[in-house]
Design a binder for this molecule. Structure first.
Ligand code: PLP
Length: 198
């Protein structure tokens, strides 16, 4: 999001009496180097959604409300076959505990910065810019060859994703360390080099 986007959304919703709900399904649970993405700003949302990251692979989703929004949605208003599932809740509790004990929010911030440095340091003519926060990284390509880069990375045994024609999305595990980053950089470099010379 552009700088100031969330602040403007907060200002507009407050002025018109609307709730500000931030979808933290991808950006939550430490991914961006803060527990939740909105914490990179000074705003307070009325509610956030959480899912993927809090389950560590186990299916769970939730809505977390703050302040007066917490009075709007009450017990019995939302039926769901598997809602409030005790196993899923226990798994999410364990995952959150591991993220906390392992210092993985801080690791996401530190390793994200290292990956950015590595990608920019490759000196590839295909890399125009590196965007993102923590371990949610977008590599902006100078040509619309994201599909070819994804396919070539796959041949190198590296899973990355084309967010659009000219962006590669990198979202490694929060536990990533030196060895994996070195291996990523080597494989990604080979993939970029192959595509650049095609
Ligand atoms: C996956 C995802 C969803 C959908 O979550 P479901 O639990 O599959 O409905 C919503 N928002 C974002 C940002 C997601 O990544």
């Amino acid at each position: 999001m552009p700088d100031g986007f969330l602040e403007s959304a907060r200002e507009l919703t407050s002025r018109h009496g609307a709730l500000l709900i931030v979808d933290e399904i991808q950006t939550g649970a430490g991914r961006t180097g803060e527990w939740f993405g909105f914490q990179h700003t000074a705003i307070q949302p009325d509610a956030i959604t959480v899912a993927k990251g809090i389950g560590g692979g186990f299916p769970i989703g939730g809505l977390v409300t703050f302040g007066r929004a917490s009075a709007l949605f009450t017990k019995g208003q939302h039926g769901s076959t598997f809602g409030g599932n005790p196993l899923a809740a226990a798994v999410a509790n364990a995952v959150l505990g591991e993220i906390e004990r392992g210092g993985l929010v801080q690791n996401a911030a530190r390793r994200g910065a290292e990956i950015r440095e590595h990608v920019l340091g490759l000196g590839s003519p295909l890399v125009g810019e590196v965007r993102g926060l923590g371990l949610l990284i977008g590599v902006g390509l100078t040509e619309p060859v994201a599909g070819a880069v994804v396919a070539q990375a796959m041949r190198e045994g590296l899973i990355v994703n084309a967010a659009n024609d000219s962006s590669i999305r990198i979202a490694p595990p929060l536990t990533i360390g030196d060895a994996e980053i070195d291996e990523f950089a080597a494989r990604f470099e080979r993939a970029l080099r192959t595509v650049a010379t095609q």
